[in-house]
Design a protein around this ligand. Structure first.
Ligand code: 0O2
Length: 212
């Protein structure tokens, strides 16, 4: 594909990510307005860089004409939660929405990946309105806790540094770190009410300072 063809190919993915970031960040704002605890801490989104699309296509032997159906994460959204239980709530919220349709789910929390990676993945079909009509595209939504995100971000950069061949001793440490992150999630869940009460007091205090 030449540059123009890539631009045309990626345009609906860019549009989908921009729309979904606004819509899904809106959920958090609604909780804030209602002064109740949001299950969503923050939302990020990205369109996969062309080099990564090509790399994945080569690794999985996917022909150029089949990128749309076979690479499910050209458009990617990440939703970060404070607590593990929030992930279930967010996943159900997504299943209930009428502006997208969940077509696949992968639970890497109960069955973590060999690397130690944990996250809940949902693949959604999302319709984008283009000048030539409606186009349904696939979006991968990764839902994870802040601790899982911390681990995945670090592991991703180490993996990049070693071009996918992380030395065994570092792999072992990363696996241990993944268990430590999961155990941190467990500890935080045990004092969830205490944390949320403190956060409510803190946000009321900040609100009243901003008003005065
Ligand atoms: P990016 O955008 O750089 O994060 P796969 O065959 O596993 O590559 P598949 O079949 O599309 O991919 O599905 P999967 O495993 O549900 O989703 C892949 C994405 O999940 C990866 O995207 C990562 O974002 C994340 N992921 C999966 N396993 C790991 C892991 O061990 N460590 C980290 N840090 N992230 C992981 P990409 O393609 O790596 O792209």
């Amino acid at each position: 594909m030449n540059d123009r063809q890539w631009d045309l190919f990626l345009a609906p993915y860019i549009q989908a990510i921009e729309e979904l970031k606004v819509k899904l960040r809106g959920i958090r704002s609604q909780y804030e307005l209602e002064h109740s605890n949001s299950p969503i801490e923050f939302v990020t989104g990205r369109v996969k860089p062309i080099a990564s699309i090509l790399h994945k296509a080569k690794r999985k032997d996917i022909p150029m004409g089949e990128l749309e159906e076979k690479i499910q994460d050209i458009a990617g959204i990440r939703m970060m939660c404070q607590f593990v239980d929030d992930i279930r709530v967010v996943a159900q919220m997504l299943r209930n929405r009428h502006d997208l349709e969940i077509v696949e789910e992968r639970d890497y929390i109960t069955s973590q990946k060999e690397s130690g990676y944990r996250s809940y993945h949902m693949v959604a079909e999302y319709p984008v309105q283009t000048v030539s009509g409606k186009k349904k595209i696939l979006v991968e939504i990764q839902i994870r806790t802040l601790a899982m995100n911390f681990w995945a971000t670090i592991e991703h950069s180490i993996n990049y540094k070693y071009s996918g061949n992380i030395p065994e001793n570092i792999k072992t440490r990363l696996k241990r770190a993944a268990e430590a992150a999961y155990s941190l999630d467990g500890e935080m869940s045990l004092i969830r009410e205490e944390i949320q009460e403190a956060q409510a007091i803190f946000s009321r205090k900040t609100d009243s300072k901003e008003e005065s």
